[in-house]
Design a protein around this ligand. Sequence first.
Ligand code: C2E
Ligand code: MG
Ligand code: MG
Length: 719
Amino acid sequence: MAKPSDPSDWDEQKSRIVGLGERSFRKSYYPQLRENLDRLERFRTLLDRTSDCVVLISLPEGTVSDANAALGQLLGRSSVTLVGEPFVALGLGDAAEIVEALSVESRQERDSGAVPSHSDVTEFRRDGQSVWLELTYRLATLEGRSYGVIVGRDITERKRAHEMVASLLAEKEALLDNALVGIAMVRQRVFVSCNRRLEEMLGLASGGLAGRSTRILYTSDEAYRESGEDAYASLDAGQSYSFTELMARADGSTFWGELAGRCIDPVRPELGSIWIISDVTERKQAEARAEYLSYHDALTGLPNQALLKDRMQQAMAFAHSNGTKLALMIIDLDRFKTINDFLGHAAGDRLLVDLARRISEHVRNTDTLSRQGGDEFHLLLSNLAEPDAIVTFLGELMDDLQQPFRIDGQELTTSVSVGVAIYPEDGADFETLLKKADMAMFRAKDAGRNTYRFFNEEMNEDAVEQITIHAGLWRALEAEQFVLHYQPQIEIASGRLIGAEALLRWCHPDLGLVSPGRFIPVAEETGLIVQIGDWVLREACREAVRWREAGKGSLVVAVNLSAIQFKRGDIEKSVARALEETGLDPHRLELELTESILIRDSENVLSAVKRLKQMGVKLSIDDFGTGYSSLAYLKRFEVDKLKIDQTFVRDLVPNSEDAAIVRAIIQMARSLGLKTIAEGVESQHVLDLLGLIECDEVQGYHCGRPMAAAAFREFLDNR
Ligand code: C2E
Ligand code: MG
Ligand code: MG
């Protein structure tokens, strides 16, 4: 075919050919020529309207023989101009290989019948952008010459779409595989697909789960069946379902899994469901630990009070219906504070742990040992048929606890004080029993530690009284419930009354006359003793002034002082005011101090006592012989008199040890120039004996009981 110089030439050439034909061919050929030309034109149109690029190259040169409009459009040129150009020069990616392949083929298979078609995807760069072409090419022979027919289809859009789908899929997959949860699609209780995480969770190789039954998740057939029934009842009803279950791994180990599932389409459950499975073992363990800690003591691992109370309530219910008894014990380590102070808290903690272990060895597993913090353990002994068993138990326990503990290479010996309350005798509820065991434990401490006490009603009465005293003491002063009783003091040699000791009494509206032994400790504890002591001083001085009216102007009144009055009060001012207000001669006031007052904080007490002495008041040491009995301070404090304690005096018999002590005290007092008075003289023969060993004065029931002020005045009148 002649090379057209321009497509627009086509029409011109056509009419030229047709005209030529009209003129030069025989009339009979003309219609056929015309027909062929029309066919050629239709074919040309078909080619040029095809969106694929079509190009014919002549082989082996590889030059373009013809090309359609689409190729021209792709290259941005008129297709006519391409004719005669080497195909490889057009810039279509793998053009050289295609030409080469076609050339080889044209040489080899010129005679063979079947002509294979090939395809290749190649890149074409246009304006800096990639256009992807799928080139299909095959060999063609025309009039004995070889051609290559190459059809190129622009697949850029398709390729992009492909790439996008691929990257979306990769993203999804990465998302699924890197999720911290296992994700699976399940149909008919069989895994259809899942992410990598789920396989890892189950200890399976990649791809090891798809196609398997969900039974693999469960530790037993029963668990598989039960959770299946529950789950599919919900899923089939179009609801989501979640549960936590102990799950099995391929190697037989287990973990806590939390599963949540929902149907892909609630209306068509047969499509399957999506499950999200998380390993919640750590959370479960943390929950279990928190649960454990809320019922246990962190140091020893023993149950705490909450758990003890719980067990106690169950045990009480059981004991109630079986007619058995329970014992609730409070076991308190003696002097734990000292151990802590000397060895440090870490050693103290280790001791508590060892102690807990040692006590545990004595209890049955139906009993509950618990720690309440500090050094206090509570022990519930349940189901006691024979209460005597407690005594045996305690004996063995306390023996064992006295064996030394080894803490940090040191031997430590300790002991415990135990209080016991019994159900149902001592109370029907935990709080009451605990309170009573506590009272009993304090009794054990009072009794010198390293012992046990069972609760008894007397303890309760004492405790109630203690509370009543505590509450009432605050109002006793202003309610004028205090009175002083007076007990005579006699000079042995002359039989003369020389004075009286003022002894405080509390007329309690409910308890009656309360002796100082019961309320003074409370008054000291609360500090109320300062105000009360003030009142005692004033009242005693006022009364002593009245004795002058009875003609006994030389009698001395002795007043007891408490250590607290020195520590917290201003004792000098208090004494000075009492003397001033009543007008009593200071020589007629005697202050009774105990040895403990002088020992403690002695510099301050010494200066206070010195000034009191300067005022002219007398000083005696009460309960002498029971305390430190140091000669040194007797001199320093310029004491006037020693009151020999009644424990030596009361049962005094000749040649006894007590007699020796009393004689020694008297001799020592004499050598220091001090007077002596024996208190607690209850009989004539004691009085006689005291006279023999040269005691100066006596006080006691034998010479006169403490009496109310009026009674004492009457006593004075009658002498
Ligand atoms: P105390 O100062 O040693 O008083 C002597 C105690 O012995 C008094 O007990 C008295 O009643 C008792 N007594 C006297 N003669 C005999 C006797 O022959 N046989 C026996 N068995 N006992 C005898 P009371 O009055 O119960 O006082 C007890 C303690 O209370 C006093 O011991 C004293 O330490 C303290 N006290 C009393 N009144 C006061 C006070 O006003 N202030 C302070 N701070 N303490 C006081
Ligand atoms: Mg006294
Ligand atoms: Mg005394």
